[in-house]
Design a protein around this ligand. Structure first.
Ligand code: GUN
Length: 296
């Protein structure tokens, strides 16, 4: 009898202590309202922002992302030009196009969907974009500004993650933030954004020894490794905030890098996949385009 009461109390405790899945859709809706106002103001000044999108690959996921970006542009009445190439495209052709777009005053942002066909030099092509039109924030000038803590265009996924953390009221200052993954697009950029907000930041990656030593001390854990359900409850800190950047396709379903159900009993907050970071990334892009256009 006493044992049953004990079990019931423990079960109750656990139910009371369950973490929360962050309502990223709700956050996005709020940001959309602010963005609509910003774009209305631009329209009042006779400015209609324009984004040029370049797709030079047969990557299926890229086609889906480009489609999502296009739909959001339509929703916000942002003009969009699409440049779609097959495998015969040359580096010179792309550089000439970028040159033309760099010098076109009606184009605010240029986005090159990655990855590119293997024969194209990704870095060389990305670096050719005028930094002030680099709405992805991948250009070394924008990355340098990020490292220096100066103003610049911030890449979309990291920008989205910061807005999520701010919206849930997470005080980043002084927190132990651990980022797993060292890509320029996500890992390195979010690490610097968190550092600029006074977190103590550790970047872990595939060669990190004793990963759980770091993750168990992480108040904020950002996971971008590309391994389905890689993070389980046994290696995270109680009461932490876990941000899942993974998008993995398993048996026709999209799953993240975090085992959401498993960690829920231990976290304070966790993002889900789908319906998490991904939906903030596209919105951050449109925000970047609007910000560039507001400087016209
Ligand atoms: N490929 C995967 N993620 C991204 C992104 O955020 N921007 C671009 N341009 N390409 C990508």
């Amino acid at each position: 009898m006493l044992y049953h009461i004990y079990v019931l109390i423990r079960l109750n405790d656990r139910m009371m202590n369950l973490g929360q899945i962050i309502d990223v859709k709700g956050i996005v809706e709020k940001r959309k309202e602010a963005l609509k106002l910003k774009i209305d103001k631009l329209n009042d000044r006779n400015i209609v922002p324009k984004l040029a999108v370049i797709l030079a690959s047969f990557d299926e996921a890229s086609k889906i992302y480009v489609g999502k970006k296009k739909r959001l542009c339509e929703e916000f009445k942002i003009l969009q030009e699409e440049y779609i190439y097959d495998e015969n495209v040359t580096e010179d052709e792309l550089l000439n196009l970028i040159d033309k777009l760099n010098n076109d005053d009606t184009v605010d942002g240029i986005l090159i969907q990655l990855p590119l066909f293997k024969h194209l030099d990704e870095k060389k092509i990305l670096n050719y974009i005028k930094p002030t039109k680099d709405v992805d924030g991948f250009h070394p000038v924008n990355l340098g500004n990020l490292v220096a803590g100066s103003k610049g265009i911030v890449s979309c996924t990291p920008k989205g993650i910061i807005t999520i953390l701010e919206d849930i009221g997470e005080d980043i200052k002084g927190k132990n933030a651990v980022v797993i993954g060292r890509s320029v697009i996500v890992g390195k950029s979010i690490a610097h954004l968190l550092l600029n907000k006074d977190a103590t930041v550790t970047i872990c990656h595939s060669k990190t020894k004793n990963l759980e030593y770091y993750t168990k001390n992480a108040d904020i854990l950002v996971v971008a490794v590309g391994i389905p359900k890689f993070i389980k409850s046994d290696i995270i800190k109680e009461g932490s905030v876990v941000i899942d950047v993974g998008i993995n396709r398993v048996d026709g379903k999209v799953v993240g890098d975090v085992d959401t159900e498993d960690v829920l009993e231990k976290v304070k907050y966790v993002t889900s996949v789908p319906g998490g970071v991904g939906i903030t990334t596209v919105l951050s892009l449109i925000e970047n385009v609007a910000d560039v256009a507001s400087l016209r």
